[in-house]
Design a protein around this ligand. Structure first.
Ligand code: ATP
Ligand code: MG
Length: 415
């Protein structure tokens, strides 16, 4: 895409009212726009990052055998009364209307999915089932101030699985654990995201969170150096030992909860009559688990992990474009032709490229914007590179620049 046609512009200064690095950088670079605390628009560049994250999540979810669906955000009060959570969720759920017309905006979807599955399950032969969606959630979070990390409206990937017995649940649960590891690895957070034991509710001793270590994280975890599992501070014992391996070599860290997987047991199936006929002909409640990932929170965690004083630094898998081509100098004659050819050769090689062809900004501004936008590769075409018939190539993460012939360029970038 040509940057002259990109809707957004970068801002000269950081927004005054933001404290988190993710909000400061993403707003300044024109990726997102804040409507109010905890509610953001995704502008073209932010939209592309979000799409990339959702594509990776989708691929890993589909690989578990789960099917994608989409459920409504607007829920009748009645389904939340069935499970007793209408009152329980009052402080986080946006609720409005009265009588027949009382509604809530969904903060999660157990109440909607269990009745759907109930209509399609009769016998043990119909199970297991796994369904997921990537969908908007609403939560009336208290004064959110961490940018994308805590939204009042945000996108969640929520997966729900349905089983006849605990063994079947455990098999799928472990499969999702691995899928989650795959997702966090692919988005660049593999080395800093830890499987974390957290309190589990009534059905299992632990639930599992995926916590990305970060100074701005609102959670506190204890990282076990011996087995690389972490423990949420809420469940850690007085003695501070790892429940997995009993080591007491634990390090306290701040972390961002990017994902959460949870065995629900029959908490939501029983109230809605989600039963199946077992091999012996008896009716039994279906066993459930749920698995969440916050899409924008993940995007925010990536930014918190990868940035410097000059701007964003996107891991290639989620970057809005792979390369940023800058033409420096007057855009006429052979220089323009050379830059246009470079642009076209990237397109032909299927490398997503943003071409800074703006004529009304200085070279200095183009370089500063390239650092701020944070695309993985910077390609510069100027009269001096043209004299050598080459393009100057630099990675956002490195200082070193290289001159590469146009012919070699796509191969050099994709290698
Ligand atoms: P937290 O303790 O941070 O409020 P939670 O335990 O309420 O999170 P879940 O209900 O398990 O979160 O939701 C699943 C996932 O959705 C979380 O792991 C997180 O990635 C994401 N998430 C939850 N609340 C928010 C929010 N307000 N904004 C953005 N993402 C969120
Ligand atoms: Mg919460």
């Amino acid at each position: 895409m040509r940057q002259s046609e990109l809707f957004t512009k970068t801002q000269k200064a950081f927004p005054k009212d933001e404290v988190s690095a993710n909000a400061r950088l993403l707003i300044r670079a024109g990726y997102i726009e804040k409507l109010m605390a905890g509610v953001f628009s995704m502008l073209p560049l932010g939209f592309r990052v979000r799409e990339n994250i959702m594509r990776i999540i989708r691929e890993e979810m589909n690989a578990t055998g789960a099917c994608e669906i989409i459920m409504p955000a607007l829920h009748p009060k009645s389904v939340w009364e069935t499970t007793g959570r209408w009152d329980e969720m009052k402080s986080v759920m946006y609720q409005f209307g009265e009588g027949e017309r009382a509604y809530g905006l969904g903060p999660t979807h157990e109440e909607v999915i269990a009745p759907i599955v109930q209509k399609h399950v009769n016998s043990y032969l119909d199970l297991p089932i796994a369904l997921y969606q990537i969908q908007v959630k609403f939560r009336n979070e208290e004064r959110p101030k961490s940018g994308l990390l805590r939204g009042r409206e945000f996108t969640m990937k929520d997966l729900y699985s349905f089983h006849t017995n605990e063994e079947s649940l455990n098999v799928f649960y472990d499969r999702v654990k691995e899928a989650y590891r795959g997702i966090f690895k692919r988005v660049g957070l593999g080395d800093t995201t830890y499987l974390t034991l957290a309190s589990g509710g009534s059905f299992s001793q632990y639930s599992h969170e995926f916590q990305t270590v970060s100074d701005v994280g609102e959670d506190t975890i204890y990282l076990c150096k011996a087995c690389s599992v972490a423990v949420n501070h809420e469940i850690i014992t007085e003695q501070k030992v790892c429940p997995e391996c009993n080591s007491n070599d634990l390090v306290k860290k701040n972390a961002i909860e990017v994902g959460n997987i949870f065995k629900l047991g029959t908490r939501f199936s029983e109230p809605v009559g989600l039963m199946y006929r077992d091999t012996d002909g008896t009716q039994k409640p279906v066993i459930m688990a749920s698995y969440g990932i916050g899409v924008e929170r993940l995007m925010g965690a990536i930014v918190e992990t990868y940035h410097d004083d000059a701007g964003l630094i996107w891991p290639q898998a989620v970057a809005p474009f792979i390369a940023h081509l800058l033409i420096i100098g007057e855009q006429t004659g052979t220089l323009k032709k050379f830059a246009d050819t470079a642009y076209q050769s990237m397109i032909d090689a299927d490398i997503e490229v943003l071409y800074d062809d703006r004529t009304d900004v200085s070279a200095g501004e183009k370089f500063a914007d390239a650092d701020l936008l944070g695309l993985p590769w910077r390609l510069v075409v100027s009269n001096s590179t043209l004299a050598e018939d080459k393009i100057e190539v630099k990675k956002r993460t490195e200082k070193e620049k290289k001159l590469i012939a146009l012919k070699e360029l796509p191969k050099y970038i994709t290698k």
